[in-house]
Design a protein around this ligand. Sequence first.
Ligand SMILES: [Zn+2]
Length: 415
Amino acid sequence: MRRFLLLFVLVWCALHSEARNQVRVLLRVQPETKQFWCRYTLILPAEAASPQVLLNLNRQYRVLSVQSPRAKQRIERYLYPVFQDTMQGINLRYAPQDRRAKEVTVTYEGTLTAKFATDQVLELSGHTNWMPLLPYKEYEIVDYTLDVQTPEAYSVISTSLPTKQHTGFYRFQGTTCAIELTALVAKQFHRLASSSALPSVVVYKAGGPLLKMDSLLLSESERIIGFYNQSIGRQDAIKRFSILLPNTDRDAFAMLDNATVITYPDFDVRELEYRTTLAHEISHKWWGYGAFSDYNDWLNEAFATYSSFLYLRSVGDTASYRQLLNAKIKSATGAPAVIGFDKSKYNYATYRRVIYDKGSVVLAFLHNRVGDEKFFAILSATAAQKTATTDAFLDIVAQEVGEETRHWLKAELTR
Ligand SMILES: [Zn+2]
């Protein structure tokens, strides 16, 4: 019996590791002119085979070639609502009975806009929209190899350390969301590392000198990760974390691969707004598995928002916890239900009210109902299981605190 079980486990693992898409990227950059050239290869396993494959690529980039054995290809401009009207579609058609694994290589080139390139740095990251992506699968997990070639004077930073490196060449490998392959390219990165062994936190700053603000950012990040590792992340703790500061002045966002990108040049965590943003972004390490194109996005955004409030409360700032929560309660009043919310039918402000604000209010109510101990048990189980659907979350709630609370919570999310 045990042998059969072992065999079953081995076969299951083999099937499911093969089922992941593989990505291989060769990226050549010219920082002086902000231009890049890229050869992107996507390998779709046989299990995912479909007679048609569509890849979106930023319309600003020029496709040089598309290669895929056995496919008929067509490239056309079309409207992909998730990224507004910015995409070109690369259509590949195979014979209907073709159930084999598929390999697609797209070679293209382009120039980064001022949002993602300065005289100091090129930022090819999760917000740059620099790679071909499968529609609605931008956040699907892939195994990747990213090779970056630069002129000699430049170096490259990613979310993890390079697995291979020599002058003008860097290789990064790992597993993360398809959209999040990252290369920051600059002549100089200032590095600031934590003194504690675990978690090991490193700040990388492109260009400009390190400021007091940056060391405060490092120590605040250590405190935040320390709190999360004992609470929401206690079954899946952060051991290393990278904070990337490209200085491109645009936004801040998190990545699944234990990293965050903060582009603001004035990011001072002594300000409540920035401290909360940092705690929100770091918590996305655990809150990144709900589909971002439907209401399950509340599993990402409401959870990250409420996690940041929990951090403030943990350091004794209950006044800010109350103040921020009250603002969310006010904003959520009268907003549409979370379950079933169709973001394509509402404006961005309503999306924020429902997915960020109402979602975090519901979590606060749940917290209030079950108490600290049970609430953190629910959050850490939700995080460890990489929960992707509201139903799966409701199941965890039922397991931890019972059916009655599941019904109550479902009603809160539906009204
Ligand atoms: Zn977020």
